[in-house]
Design a binder for this molecule. Structure first.
Ligand SMILES: Nc1ncnc2c1ncn2[C@@H]1O[C@H](COP(=O)(O)OP(=O)(O)OP(=O)(O)O)[C@@H](O)[C@H]1O
Length: 274
């Protein structure tokens, strides 16, 4: 289904992604972990063609992703929706309009400029918001919502594209633990119920273990671990992060506890993780 071969990205002399190869034969939920600068974002951005690769190949259902141009490239970007840490919503625009922006790729510029959305699309947008538990906020401005709610709007916008793959680049890095859980549960449900592939860059080990079927560990642009949550032992994690014996998983925990110190842990976490 997805085949990545020797995928490489160089920024000048810096090799951000170094000959990554990867094979996914059925839709699953994949977490990518690794310390800051390991190449996780660049890997996802190349898959979506937001960043051009320096070399290698990406095949999806036989489609040679890196050679697509024009309409075909836009078609791929629609099949492979991206979600970002900072949500990338239009803050002053209402929630439904933000979600309808997900149809941009298949609409004329003029129709979009005047917000001329087919009634059917509006119903679909509201159904998706309902599914994500935020339909009651449909008429509010995006900026009036909490971070977790805004991320769910971003997921709804992605779902409007009816994508085969959802690429989530640090989707919960800006969220408190409760909102982080809601967003991860939404992504998992989208995978379970719709059979869409989800690939998420995650900063925290326990999140990757809890929600993903498969975990990739990146270090210095390479995949140094590819296995199940059970195989991701503390020792393996220490290698991925290039950490010493003082490596503490607790420092990467997003466990929800109703005690105040958790907030402090979360703040440390935002910086990352080992
Ligand atoms: N546009 C760019 N120009 C130059 N160098 C870049 C660019 N984007 C990323 N890099 C470099 O590529 C390497 C990988 O960066 P990348 O953002 O993919 O890592 P990451 O694992 O996603 O890190 P983080 O968790 O901090 O987001 C880093 O050394 C980074 O400085």
């Amino acid at each position: 289904m997805l085949e990545v071969k020797g995928l490489t990205k160089r920024f000048g002399a810096n090799v951000a992604v170094d000959a990554v190869s990867l094979s996914v034969d059925r839709p699953c939920m994949i977490g990518v972990i690794g310390r800051s600068g390991a190449g996780k974002s660049t890997l996802l951005r190349m898959m979506n063609r937001l960043t051009e690769a320096s070399g290698g190949e990406i095949l999806f259902d036989g489609r040679d992703v890196l050679s697509l141009t024009g309409r075909e490239k836009r078609g791929w970007q629609s099949d492979c929706a991206m979600i970002f840490q900072q949500f990338n919503l239009v803050p002053r625009m209402d929630v439904v309009s933000n979600v309808l922006h997900g149809t941009l790729g298949r609409r004329s510029t003029l129709a979009t400029m005047f917000s001329l959305y087919p009634e059917e699309d509006i119903h679909t947008a509201i159904d998706i918001l309902d599914r994500l538990g935020i339909a009651q906020h449909a008429a509010k401005r995006a900026e009036a919502l909490s971070g977790g709610q805004q991320q769910r709007v971003a997921i709804a916008r992605a779902l409007m594209q009816d994508p085969k793959v959802i690429l989530a680049d640090e989707p919960i890095a800006s969220l408190d633990p409760m909102n982080a859980q809601t967003v991860m549960e939404a992504l998992r449900r989208i995978h379970d119920e719709d059979g869409r592939m989800v690939i998420a860059n995650l900063h925290t080990l326990d999140t990757a273990r809890r929600y993903c079927d498969r975990i990739l560990g990146m270090r210095d642009g390479r995949i140094v671990f590819d296995g199940t949550p059970e195989q991701l032992t503390t020792g393996v994690a220490r290698d991925i992060y290039g950490a010493g014996t003082d490596f503490s998983e607790a420092a990467t925990s997003t466990e929800i506890r109703d005690t105040a110190p958790v907030a402090a842990v979360e703040r440390r976490l935002a910086k990352v993780t080992v």
